[in-house]
Design a protein around this ligand. Sequence first.
Ligand SMILES: C[S@@+](CC[C@H](N)C(=O)[O-])C[C@H]1O[C@@H](n2cnc3c(N)ncnc32)[C@H](O)[C@@H]1O
Ligand code: SF4
Length: 273
Amino acid sequence: MTSFSSTLFRDENQPYQANITVPNWMLGSMERVMQHYVDKNLRLDTQSAEIMPPPVEGKKYMLYAHIPFCHTLCSYCTFHRFLFNEDKARSYFGSLRKEMNMVKALGYDFESMYIGGGTTTVIESELARTIEHARKLFPSIKEVSCESDPRHLDTPEFQQLKGLVDRMSIGVQSFDDGILKMTERLDKFGSGQQTFDKIMAAKELFPIINVDLIFGFRGQTEEIIRHDLEMASKLDPRQITTYPLMITHQTRKSVKGKLLRLRVRWQTNIVKS
Ligand SMILES: C[S@@+](CC[C@H](N)C(=O)[O-])C[C@H]1O[C@@H](n2cnc3c(N)ncnc32)[C@H](O)[C@@H]1O
Ligand code: SF4
């Protein structure tokens, strides 16, 4: 999946700063260039997948693990994901741990780990076990990042991740209940205000919290976007990542809205504030 996002970082006592503006024509060209390289370089034949090359001496590696399960399949999402099934998810986490042993046996070491999704927190105990396993196998790992939806942020199970995860990225997308309903998230993850309260409570669990927002949904007015940004900045997370709605064949037409005009306006304003 192609990802063009803009992350707003906060330094101590400074407002959020954003300086990336990507017009639609550029998104299209970049997507075509990336597709060209994927077609050229991505090899999925069994033979090459079975023979994993040993690590290159002196090269630094990051360990990436993908958790392709979600409690709901949001109508805009273009990521590789399947509807949650507990048995399949447990067995998947088990296979991931076995694969890590194989990678270790090949001589790999890692300085950081990124666990992406889907939703990495679908079963918190499995996620915690997998991170513990990785940290034990690869003691050089200094930072672990995960992604979560807002569903379980305030549960005792979620607390297990404290001390194991350094950066937790939370998919909010919008605090507007109309947008949440349209994207099929309201029933599963709760209202914008509930999500806000859960994130506020989860802040003390992790050194870095990131909040993901999307702009470009159908019916998402400038007022809604301003409100989303205000709510996100009130949470005062270390990072806010804003994604333009990316469209692929997976995206349902019902969610697609206009992009350019709104994006330019609010990015200019956030830098000034
Ligand atoms: C892999 S998702 C994981 C987050 C988590 N599953 C959730 O939904 O809350 C990471 C982020 O990708 C972004 N994303 C997913 N589909 C997108 C799309 N079509 N366009 C733009 N951003 C998208 C969302 O902001 C989402 O939070
Ligand atoms: S946005 Fe998150 S929860 Fe929704 S389908 Fe995509 S990965 Fe799953």
